[in-house]
Design a protein around this ligand. Structure first.
Ligand SMILES: C[S@@+](CC[C@H](N)C(=O)[O-])C[C@H]1O[C@@H](n2cnc3c(N)ncnc32)[C@H](O)[C@@H]1O
Length: 294
């Protein structure tokens, strides 16, 4: 009875926001506060009914309010990220299908893709690899940013790749985006002008302390070794072989970045800065990776 007495958009959003705040939900999967989460839920359900854009004083249909109430209640009771309840997440302004087989997209890679990596790439990449692709959001957004590029989406999880295939189909990219089931580079062939990767980088201790919402996501997508470095280190060791001579690796390690920086003092990491939040993406050229001392 979350929305009892509610008639219009403003009342609906205010009551939902209060209920989310009261339940101490965590917001880190597409929004960062309860009001935005409430707007996302209501807007999505209204859009699916093809209602005209909502104003704060728009009177809402009773059956829409019932649906909003039902989903808001599941969000509170299960702590599932809203993206899973809506089967939709937005990345680079593009809609992606998501479910519990993949992480909810939220990477600062979006900011780089939106500028087509303008400060990092001299020419448009012809072959792009999205390693640890999950539902494919980063690689698919790259494919849309670079309409001439061929893109490979690689992941160890067949479940994640099933979702990536749905998203390739959704964006009608089957002619130049393909998926490869692969333990990192093991089944990947050829060289790439750009490798983008948002791999698992959470350590065991940090994982234990994550809010409940994160534990609804596949553990394989988050946890790697005790310190969160196992997979990032493997990527650094292997990437050079798969980069073209002018190729670039962009690797995300979030808050684990200082540990990686310390673990590989032989590498000239360029840690990127972001206007819209996020941290921990480094850029390394093929030539820099080829001279590494291990
Ligand atoms: C942090 S999620 C990232 C998903 C997606 N790139 C994104 O930004 O939303 C990491 C992904 O790495 C995959 N993964 C974990 N270990 C892997 C491995 N050894 N080889 C390839 N992919 C792996 C997981 O299945 C998961 O989909």
């Amino acid at each position: 009875m979350l929305l009892i007495g509610v008639v219009n958009t403003q009342e609906c959003l205010e009551k939902m926001t209060a209920a989310f705040d009261g339940a101490n939900l965590f917001f880190g999967h597409g929004t960062d506060n309860s009001w935005d989460e409430a707007c996302w839920l209501l807007e999505t359900l209204a859009r699916r009914r093809a209602l005209p854009p909502l104003q704060l004083d728009t009177a809402l249909p009773v059956d829409l309010l019932a649906e909003v109430e039902a989903l808001a209640t599941v969000r509170i009771e299960t702590r599932k990220p809203l993206a899973y309840l809506l089967n939709e997440a937005w990345f680079c302004g593009l809609p992606f299908y998501v479910d519990e087989r993949v992480l909810v997209p939220r990477s600062p890679f979006a900011e780089l893709i939106n500028t087509r990596f303008e400060t990092l790439l001299k020419t448009a990449p012809r072959r792009i690899l999205d390693l640890c692709t999950g539902g494919g959001c980063i690689g698919i957004a790259c494919a849309i940013a670079f309409p001439e590029a061929e893109v490979v989406l690689a992941d160890l999880s067949p479940d994640a790749l099933a979702v990536a295939r749905i998203n390739i189909e959704k964006h009608k990219l089957g002619d130049r985006v393909q998926v490869v089931e692969s333990d990192l580079f093991a089944s990947v062939t050829g060289r790439f002008d750009l490798i983008v990767s948002n791999p698992p980088y959470v350590g065991a201790e940090e994982y234990e302390d994550l809010p409940a919402e994160y534990l609804r996501e596949p553990e394989l997508g988050l946890l790697t070794g005790n310190d969160g470095l196992e997979i990032p280190l493997r990527i650094l060791e292997q990437a050079a072989t798969y980069l073209s001579d002018d190729g670039l690796l962009l690797l995300e390690t979030g808050a684990t970045w200082p540990l990686l920086d310390e673990a590989r003092t032989d590498l000239p990491f360029l840690w990127l800065e972001f206007e819209y939040g996020g941290e921990g993406i480094c850029a390394l050229k093929a030539s820099e990776l080829r001279t590494q001392s291990r």
